[in-house]
Design a protein around this ligand. Structure first.
Ligand SMILES: N[C@@H](CCC(=O)N[C@@H](CS)C(=O)NCC(=O)O)C(=O)O
Length: 201
């Protein structure tokens, strides 16, 4: 497997999973191109980061890549069996992590980092922050029963997806006082060597 990666981007999720599973992979690190000149301009086969080339099968979308890796190479690890309630929860969190969970942060980053026009859009920026808060509230409620990981007592591929999302929320200062369990969850994940490695390369 060859993974196209840029530091601290969503490819962190995939490295993290590959490291948790102890799978061999080749890393091609590309320089992130600010997307203001248009989307799909990254130096990868799809134009997006991450992109995985698995023996000629070329995939983009971090959630799809995570699902593919556990299905094709995971040997049943880090994922409940297909058709079980646990699998339903896994799928929900994999998709929530990137769609509902990330959209507000993507919009905030777009206007603060790339367009530099956040100060002209206070209402929209407040909306984006409220979308992030709503998503973090959902995670907080899920963790209310004291579970250490999203699916319960056991770490899963869903935590690689959502762990990156909640970590980015923390780095962006978007976790509030009301997100104590989310912050503790992020801190717990930050102790994992596989995540530390993914963040360091
Ligand atoms: N939903 C996609 C998002 C991929 C994405 O937008 N990646 C960013 C880096 S984190 C990127 O390639 N941005 C440049 C662009 O949009 O062209 C995923 O989860 O993989």
């Amino acid at each position: 497997m060859k993974l196209y990666h840029s530091p601290l981007t969503r490819s962190v999720r995939v490295i993290w999973l590959l490291e948790e599973l102890g799978l061999a992979y080749e890393l091609e690190t590309v320089t992130f191109t600010p997307p203001t000149d248009g989307p799909f301009q990254q130096a990868t086969p799809s134009g997006k980061i991450p992109t995985l080339d698995d023996d000629g099968i070329v995939l983009f979308e971090s959630g799809a890549i995570v699902e593919w890796i556990v299905e094709r190479h995971g040997g049943g690890r880090l994922t409940p069996a297909i058709g079980t309630p646990g699998r339903a929860a896994l799928l929900q969190w994999i998709h929530f992590a990137e769609s509902t969970g990330f959209i507000g942060m993507g919009c905030i980053a777009w206007h603060t980092r790339f367009r530099n026009d956040a100060d002209k859009l206070p209402e929209a920026m407040a909306d984006y922050a409220s979308w992030v808060k709503g998503a973090m509230d959902v995670v907080e409620k899920t963790l209310d029963d004291g579970r250490p990981f999203l699916l319960g007592d056991t770490f899963s591929a869903a935590d690689c997806m959502m762990g990156y999302t909640v970590s980015v929320a923390g780095w962006m200062g978007l976790l509030g006082q009301e997100h104590a369990r989310v912050a503790a969850y992020a801190a717990r994940l930050a102790e994992r060597p596989a995540f530390q490695k993914a963040l360091s390369i």
